[in-house]
Design a protein. Structure first.
Length: 276
């Protein structure tokens, strides 16, 4: 202890520590700061739910100090993924902001297989859309007042049982999704009134819906809400009705048609020889 009471010794120790920090620790710190690494950066505005493509991002070299451990460094790990949050130009991308599957609000669009279509109709008034109580998976009937200008209110045979696949608010977010989490945009907009309802319909049904949408007169009434298995029974019954109303046209054999030109050519040949 007496050694440290000597001011000269304490001064020398301080000088040595200063030299160690200046020439030992500081260079190592500066080296870690100046060390470069590649990360993926956003070059175009990306909205939540968008699929990320190559033209939306680029790989750049930046200082590695202070970067989060979960920052993505290769474009291959980003392209084809779906953004779970809005990303601005210049943002680096964290793996927590990406998903392998589309956002819940858009999932139904990726389930279309070509046999049916997704079609939205406008909710003109609060009452027309069941006072905002409709949910995805509901089975509804489409009621047409003054159907085809005939003065009668009917449920078109094509639209007796139709599945609701989305209820969308005026902000563009889907509301009343059954499986929406508490932090999802649809949960935040749950109290917002619906502006459109998207239905899963066949091409024949879509034409009838388009006419009703053009006239601006339609109401939706809830038929069933429950298990997917029971909902499928309603849709199956509706599909049978549509198939009966619009029977498939028989496929014509094109073989005889292909032979007609040959016969006509053969019959014309003698005529030409007679003229000569």
């Amino acid at each position: 202890m007496s050694l440290f009471k000597n001011r000269t010794v304490v001064g020398v120790i301080c000088i040595l520590l200063s030299l160690l920090i200046c020439f030992g620790v500081t260079p190592l710190f500066n080296k870690s700061i100046s060390q470069k690494t590649e990360i993926v950066r956003v070059t175009k505005e990306i909205k939540a739910g968008d699929e990320i493509t190559k033209d939306m991002i680029q790989t750049v070299e930046v200082g590695g100090f202070g970067l989060p451990d979960n920052v993505l460094r290769q474009s291959e790990s980003v392209v084809g993924k779906y953004a779970t949050a809005d990303l601005s130009v210049g943002d680096y991308i964290l793996n927590t902001k990406l998903s392998d599957t589309p956002a819940a609000e858009n999932t139904y669009l990726y389930n279309l297989d070509g046999t049916k279509q997704a079609m939205s109709v406008t909710i003109k008034s609060f009452a027309n859309g069941l006072s905002g109580k409709l949910e995805s998976g509901d089975i509804v009937s489409v009621i047409a007042p003054d159907y085809k200008k005939q003065g009668s209110t009917v449920i078109p045979a094509e639209l007796k049982y139709v599945e609701v696949i989305a209820v969308t608010a005026g902000s563009g977010y889907d509301a009343n999704q059954r499986d929406a989490g508490p932090d999802s945009p649809s949960a935040e907009n749950e109290k917002e009134l619906p502006a459109t309802v998207t239905l899963l319909v066949s091409p024949e049904q879509s034409k009838v819906l388009a006419e009703l949408e053009s006239d601006g007169k339609l109401h939706l009434s809830l038929v069933y809400r429950g298990t997917p298995a029971n909902s499928a029974k309603f849709i199956e019954a509706q599909d049978k009705v549509v198939a009966a109303l619009y029977p498939a046209e028989p496929v014509q054999d094109s073989a005889p048609e292909s032979q007609e030109p040959e016969e006509s050519t053969a019959s014309e040949a003698p005529a030409e020889s007679e003229v000569q």
